[in-house]
Unconditional design. Structure first.
Length: 196
């Protein structure tokens, strides 16, 4: 028989008394503080109470990505988008994740609906698509346009600013060879997923 550490046993009992909204906020706080087990437990409990909860699925995908469980992250975000195709944040994260595979066509397929919008994530999606196609000029243009918009996610904004700066640094560096079009975005993609 599996025995839980007393602290974990108490935490498991507490999960049963929390409602969906409470679980969501506890999970979000746990994620922000790097308490991965607590975040996963809260999100999974929330999804037992409300299967298909779009924001819980989005956070679960992000948590899986943070843990470098990329297959699960991709499956979670894909499932979310099947039921909620307009979930911009999940679509953007899925496109960034697929970019790791180097499949420009799959990235474009996922991100094209988002890239057609004129909000920050739409321009960032266009930048990701351009990067997978090796078009540095369009990548920079998409990043600049996105950063000029009202920002929907501070963490994504930070990633996009850093990516733009690295692109500009590459252009300014004459002694170093330019990286391949996918390499720089890949390192940018992982900054929020436990790699720096």
């Amino acid at each position: 028989m599996l025995r839980l550490h007393p602290t974990l046993a108490i935490a498991a009992m507490l999960l049963d008394i929390l409602d969906a909204e409470e679980l969501f906020h506890v999970a979000l706080g746990a994620m922000q503080q790097g308490r991965d087990v607590e975040a996963l437990a809260c999100l999974k409990q929330l999804l037992k109470l409300q299967p298909g909860h779009p924001e819980a699925l989005h956070l679960l995908g992000a948590q899986y990505a943070q843990l470098r469980m990329f297959g699960r992250a991709e499956a979670t975000w894909t499932s979310l988008l099947e039921g909620h195709p307009g979930h911009a944040a999940a679509r953007f994260q899925l496109g960034r994740l697929i970019m790791l595979k180097g499949d420009a066509n799959a990235v474009a397929t996922v991100l094209q609906p988002l890239a057609a919008t004129t909000e920050d994530l739409g321009y960032y999606a266009a930048a990701v698509i351009a990067a997978t196609q090796g078009n540095a000029g369009q990548t920079e243009q998409g990043l600049v346009q996105g950063l000029a918009c009202t920002q929907s996610n501070p963490a994504v904004t930070d990633d996009m600013r850093q990516w733009l700066q690295r692109l500009r640094d590459q252009v300014g560096a004459t002694s170093a060879p330019a990286a391949s079009p996918v390499q720089e975005p890949v390192s940018m993609l992982l900054s929020r997923y436990g790699q720096h």
